[in-house]
Design a protein around this ligand. Sequence first.
Ligand code: FAD
Ligand code: NAG
Ligand code: NAG
Ligand code: NAG
Length: 583
Amino acid sequence: MPMLYYNRSTILLRLNCFFLLALTVNSSPPQDPIKCWSRNSNCTITNSYGIFPDRCECRAGDVAYPTTEEEIVKVVSAATRAKRKMKVVTRFSHSIPKLVCPDGEDGLIISTKYLNRTLKVDAAAMTMTVESGVTLRQLIGEAAKAGLALPHAPYWWGLTVGGMLGTGAHGSTLWGRGSSVHDYVVQMRIVSPGRSEDGCAKVRVLNESDNALDAAKVSLGVIGVISQVTFKLEPLFKRSITYIAKNDNDLGDEAISLGKQHEFADILWYPSQRKAIYRIDDRVSSNSPGNGLYDFIPFRSTPSLALDIIRVAEEKQESLGDTEGKCTGAKLLTSLLETVAYGLTNNGLGFTGYPIIGYHHHLQASGTCLDSLEDSMITACAWDPRVRGEFFHQTTFSIGLSSLKNFIQDVQKLVALDQKALCGVELYNGILMRYVKASSAHLSTDEDAVDFDITYYRSTDAMTPRLYEDFLEEIEQMAVFKYGALPHWGKNRHLAFNGAIRKYAKAEEFLKVKSAYDPFGLFSSVWTDQVLGLKGGLTLETEGCALEGLCVCSQDIHCAPSKGYLCRPGKVYLDARVCTRVT
Ligand SMILES: Cc1cc2nc3c(=O)[nH]c(=O)nc-3n(C[C@H](O)[C@H](O)[C@H](O)COP(=O)(O)OP(=O)(O)OC[C@H]3O[C@@H](n4cnc5c(N)ncnc54)[C@H](O)[C@@H]3O)c2cc1C
Ligand SMILES: *[C@@H]1O[C@H](CO)[C@@H](O)[C@H](O)[C@H]1NC(C)=O
Ligand SMILES: *[C@@H]1O[C@H](CO)[C@@H](O)[C@H](O)[C@H]1NC(C)=O
Ligand SMILES: *[C@@H]1O[C@H](CO)[C@@H](O)[C@H](O)[C@H]1NC(C)=O
């Protein structure tokens, strides 16, 4: 059967026969983002999607696999002596931007793949100390064994502790300590370049009384290697979840009150269907009956054949301009997901109706495609680059509650100009809206906010515009420039980072810690310097750059004039400059 359909590994094997044979293992759990041409040297790094926003490849001279903090110290010390560029890369590397790329071609990658142990669980103090390569899945599981819970975290359990802190990853709440994993850090050990009198590497232990913890908690990986993290947890509890579908007419008001009323609330917004799905989700007493389980359907192993069929259909709709087809498909998909409760079950077996009541650790995150069998790619995660499956852009930003309603109404105004415009987004399960609480971390939001996750078609050809290119670009620019939205550090296309650092009141404090911890910028790259405002050139003005979010167009050539797409003002946000099909 695998012979019947196109699969990238097969093509690669055919093209590069010999060399790649040794490297391409046809296993279906996600691939390792690091590939080396000789043992641990001459390497390329990618992310779990196999591609960065600029489609460039990253290279590194060597990769180190420390297994203890002592080994991290040795590695950092040797690289510091050699004034070598370094970057931490994790087991799966889920971030979209080029955060894991060291400068040049001969930098050093420090992998946290083997830093995956739980070191201490203190049930009485309700704290847990882990190495930084521990995944969210392990963290949740180990905590639960001791009757403890991390109350808020991302929904996908393949992320590592170091990576979640590196990018400020979050779940959804305005309550308690907050929605982000870094809000629960009470101590952290970090290894940074040191002076020669320190042996060229310095280990710092930061706790809540250190201001530097607010820099280290969300650091984009630029101040050193996080070695161990201690989290403050809570006693394990039960939750009750109910999804309610409504018309999106007063989403602007509903969104604010929902987050105040329900601890784990979030919203799925389908603007073209004029529909919003509200997640009513709260703690319940631990003797409430129920043993619910969440296994989110899009995070399950999917047959490659199905992924291929879906992708081919989407490519066809794009090339034929079949917006009607997209809208029909989106309606079908959303009603299907609604019917099967997105993968929630009342007892691990089936969905018999709301509410779903169960233990927090069975509901807070999922990702069973990580357990895909080694089945020669018959099944995989939907975005696995080794099969023809999902290939998308993600625009993810948070908007302060004070501007939330205006932003939502602007998007609604825009969509009202062509109600089919966002069917493509709905094919990726709509816009996920989550609450992000203000945090003391320097590179985090200082106002309570709502994070919008927008996923949409990306062509395999960088020069091909997508359907409703102009609408999507306008929403992105409206958020980032008109409403001053903050980017999710682990997602987004280049333009969302444009001027972003100026939106953080404590950016200067962060940069001070960075220069104290890594004075030679060995953990920095051209990319992180650009993002942190230390270097220009974040956006590239090249042919077609606006199509890939590498620039905001200022000339037609930044769009696709030969395909009829020219640079034009926005329709609701008139200052936007978007690639518009002119007929
Ligand atoms: C399917 C999926 C679902 C997702 N769901 C969510 C979600 O619900 N909420 C959310 O906020 N985000 C979500 N994300 C995005 C995600 O938060 C980020 O991409 C994530 O933080 C990356 O974690 P990682 O462990 O893969 O780290 P990487 O992407 O490998 O690394 C991220 C950054 O952290 C640095 N870093 C990693 N470890 C260390 C360390 N030990 N010391 C120093 N620096 C380090 C790296 O150098 C890099 O700069 C999702 C991503 C995917 C693919
Ligand atoms: C590194 O690998 C590339 C193949 O990608 C090869 O062409 C090159 O010669 C190798 N370089 C070294 C120094 O081994
Ligand atoms: C740590 O990771 C390695 C490599 O992926 C794996 O073999 C090992 O079982 C993991 N250890 C734990 C405690 O999960
Ligand atoms: C935090 O660290 C400081 C010095 O490093 C120490 O004096 C203090 O006791 C620590 N506080 C806690 C709560 O561990």
